[in-house]
Design a protein around this ligand. Structure first.
Ligand code: 5GP
Ligand code: ZN
Length: 112
């Protein structure tokens, strides 16, 4: 656990969150400010900063991808978008790796 990391605190139960699904390696919980009817964040329970660090741990990368799929199935999403913001310039505000899973409305690309 990294001190002062919001998502480590959610993993530890120190900050409340609405948990959707989890396993030993990852946690899925509702985004506090949803950008779509369904907006869930899937995170590794171990602190990683971004997708670059996730790429250095292929087993955990596979687990997080499986977690995204399991969460989408659990929510009954027929279609969804997965976004990893990497770096402040790309909109990353929480520096504990997280996948945004967005669905429940049309997800045309590019975003308008
Ligand atoms: P980022 O901009 O880093 O890619 O995404 C961070 C996300 O975390 C945002 O969508 C934001 O709404 C969400 N978020 C920020 N603080 C909290 C919180 O305390 N609880 C939950 N559940 N989500 C949060
Ligand atoms: Zn963390």
């Amino acid at each position: 656990m990294v001190q002062d990391c919001l998502f480590c605190k959610i993993v530890a139960g120190e900050v409340p969150a609405t948990v959707v699904l989890e396993d030993a390696d990852w946690l899925a919980f509702e985004d506090i400010a949803p950008k779509a009817p369904v907006h869930v964040l899937v995170i590794p329970k171990r602190h990683l900063v971004d997708i670059g660090e996730l790429g250095a741990d292929p087993a955990l990368a596979a687990a997080v991808v499986a977690g995204i799929g399991a969460t989408a199935r659990h929510l009954g999403l027929p279609a969804f978008r997965t976004v990893f913001n990497t770096g402040a310039e790309a909109g990353q505000a929480v520096f504990h790796l997280h996948a945004h899973v967005l669905g429940g409305r049309s997800m045309n690309w590019p975003p308008g």
